[in-house]
Design a protein around this ligand. Structure first.
Ligand code: F6R
Length: 248
């Protein structure tokens, strides 16, 4: 893992958005699709804001972009404002020229009968698209990436998981109480994420400092799933001063 520390998350987000934009343009010049793995939550908001700005002000086109989101709560309706589906349209997809058929977000309403096959199909779609060129990640205080909570296997694929208590506590304010936070989610697996050609993990704020330290300096362990990224050859952690403050 390579880490870069910026004075603030605004500046850092612009650098990350620029990398994504350059990749999209490079692929477009070669008439190729650009396959992006995307995250939700507070960390990527400014990256999406900058990509939307580039679309409006600089003519950045997303016509050659295919996206796969990391995760979705389960069960969850797309109309629900807490859904990751809603989040992605609100912050990105409603404001750019991506083709609707190129957007993939795990379906929080899939029947439990169809779930197993649905997850296999999600993996297949990523492979058929040519694999993830770029994966954007945040990190949870449990060390989760996507919703791969402690205990997640190195070789895990897209599947249903049970959310860690700490993750539900962190989500409680936006759900107006922990009792409203779903107990489960569908998430891409560790193997799905590891297969990405390039990974950028965003970490902002003091509350991420100790998990960032554990992830970068600790031993690789299923108890801190983000430590699996230590074995990925092309991963950068983009941090602000606070999130990087405990690194030695
Ligand atoms: C969201 C996701 C999660 C978040 C993580 C950090 O799609 O995969 O792993 O990235 O929970 O959330 P924030 O950015 O809200 O601190």
């Amino acid at each position: 893992i390579h880490n870069v520390i910026f004075k603030n998350s605004n500046e850092a987000s612009i650098v990350v958005a620029t990398e994504i934009a350059n990749l999209i343009k490079e692929k477009s010049q070669k008439n190729e699709q650009c396959v992006l793995g995307l995250a939700t939550g507070s960390s990527p908001i400014k990256v999406y804001e900058e990509l939307v700005r580039m679309h409006h002000k600089e003519g950045l086109s997303f016509k050659n972009v295919v996206t796969f989101n990391l995760d979705e709560y389960y069960p969850m309706d797309i109309e629900n404002i807490q859904s990751y589906y809603y989040f992605m349209y609100e912050h990105l997809f409603d404001h750019i020229d991506i083709l609707p058929e190129n957007v993939h977000i795990p379906d929080g309403k899939i029947s439990s009968n169809g779930l197993y096959q649905y997850c296999i199909d999600y993996e297949m779609k990523i492979k058929e698209a040519g694999g993830l060129d770029f994966q954007l990640l945040g990190i949870g205080r449990t060390g989760h990436i996507g919703f791969n909570e402690p205990g997640s296997h190195y070789n895990s694929g897209t599947r249903m998981i049970t959310l860690d208590h700490i993750t539900r506590v962190d989500a409680a304010p936006s759900f107006l109480g922990i009792e409203n936070v779903p107990r489960k989610a569908i998430t891409m697996g560790i193997a799905t994420v590891r297969a990405a050609k390039r990974i950028v993990l965003l970490g902002w704020g003091q509350h991420k400092a100790s998990i960032i330290k554990e992830t970068i300096e600790g031993n690789i362990s299923s108890q801190v799933p983000a430590t699996y990224l230590q074995e990925h050859q092309n991963t950068t952690f983009v941090l602000d001063t606070e999130a990087g403050s405990e690194l030695t």
